[in-house]
Design a protein around this ligand. Structure first.
Ligand SMILES: *[C@@H]1O[C@H](CO)[C@@H](O)[C@H](O)[C@H]1NC(C)=O
Ligand SMILES: *[C@@H]1O[C@H](CO)[C@@H](O)[C@H](O)[C@H]1NC(C)=O
Length: 316
């Protein structure tokens, strides 16, 4: 992680800006119109010719070797940012994974920055004996709803949406939502920040678009026709500004409702893929940010930052 990185242009920080594509070595901002201007000057694409480092719509794809966290830190450090990390651990998930998730996140998620962990459990006794580190706070919530008959992701996302509206949007600058069965192996820092952040699925990144398990039923809100689609994104790790995460959740909930009226049910991941197909993410995280440990990493995956426990489905 060294780099021929350029110095950040100080004048653009936080200013509203016009969307401008981020090109190799340029100092452009790459945000939506009127959004905060965040520069993308540090993505040195040349360093990883073996992988996709920029999408067709010019969003950077973050791989080991494409950024210099130290130089990025200079840019972000004085902006007094607060990051949020939401995790939803109900039922057995809490017993099995929550402690390891929190211990590893404490150590590796946005170290040196203010972080609020939003932890939802169904029972406060399930909260492991883990204390937040310096600059970190834990906000622990319990779920009041009847949960057992509901779709896990529907419950998780609806709950997160409510918390964003009620308080998270006023508390953090960037919010990530992760699955509890993930373990941070090394630092995940400001290189992952963006208005709308999606994560490339460890398995499907290496497969052909035509095989992606998108929703193929035309009447579903999550429908993506054959021949269309950019990437297959993993629903276990998403982020962005609280507003962008809320947009994703709202579109997902609308899609679920529409499908229900048509007698269909698609998965959260399919809805998420449809959302990012229509609303292109401004930053993509490589499969290194959520590697399924049952797959032996190919040469492109040089450095696993987050490992995902092989049990993908939260419910038996
Ligand atoms: C930095 O952010 C925190 C939390 O949002 C706030 O309490 C504090 O006043 C801010 N400091 C400065 C210098 O803006
Ligand atoms: C869709 O509904 C069927 C039948 O009720 C159920 O078995 C299946 O798990 C559901 N799929 C999703 C993705 O919710």
């Amino acid at each position: 992680m060294s780099g021929n990185a350029l110095e950040p242009p100080p004048s653009t920080q936080g200013a509203p800006c016009e969307p401008r594509p981020c090109r190799l070595g340029s100092l452009s901002c790459c945000h939506s119109k009127g959004g905060p201007c965040i520069t993308c000057f540090l993505f040195v694409h040349r360093r990883r010719p073996d992988v996709i480092t920029t999408t067709d719509w010019l969003a950077p794809v973050i791989w080991e070797g494409t950024f210099n966290r130290r130089v990025l830190g200079k840019h972000y450090r004085n902006r007094n940012l607060t990051m949020g990390l939401a995790v939803f651990a109900i039922g057995r998930i809490a017993d099995q994974y929550l402690e390891r998730f929190l211990e590893s996140a404490k150590k590796h998620f946005m170290t040196g920055y203010r972080v609020v962990f939003y932890i939802t459990v169904d029972d406060l006794d399930k909260m492991p004996d883990v204390d937040p580190g310096p600059l970190q706070t834990f906000q622990v919530f319990t779920l009041r709803e009847e949960i057992w008959w509901q779709d896990f992701n529907l419950l998780r996302m609806r709950n997160l949406g409510e918390h964003i509206v009620q308080h998270i949007q006023g508390e953090v600058d960037f919010l990530f939502s992760m699955a509890t069965n993930q373990i941070f192996q090394s630092d995940v820092g400001v290189e992952t920040l963006g208005a709308s952040v999606a994560q490339l699925h460890a398995w499907w990144y290496f497969k052909s678009t035509k095989d992606f398990p998108y929703e193929r039923r035309r009447r579903s809100a999550a429908y993506i026709p054959y021949g269309k689609g950019d990437f297959y994104y993993d629903s276990a790790f998403v982020g962005g500004t609280p507003q962008q995460v809320l947009n994703l959740i709202e579109e997902y909930l609308k899609g679920v409702l529409q499908d229900k009226q048509n007698g269909l049910n698609s998965s959260y991941e399919n809805h998420l893929n449809k959302y990012f197909f229509l609303n292109k993410p401004t930053k993509l995280l490589s499969p290194e940010y959520n590697w399924d440990v049952t797959f032996y990493p190919p040469p492109q995956v040089q450095f696993i930052k987050v490992a995902q426990h092989p049990k993908r489905r939260p419910w038996p």
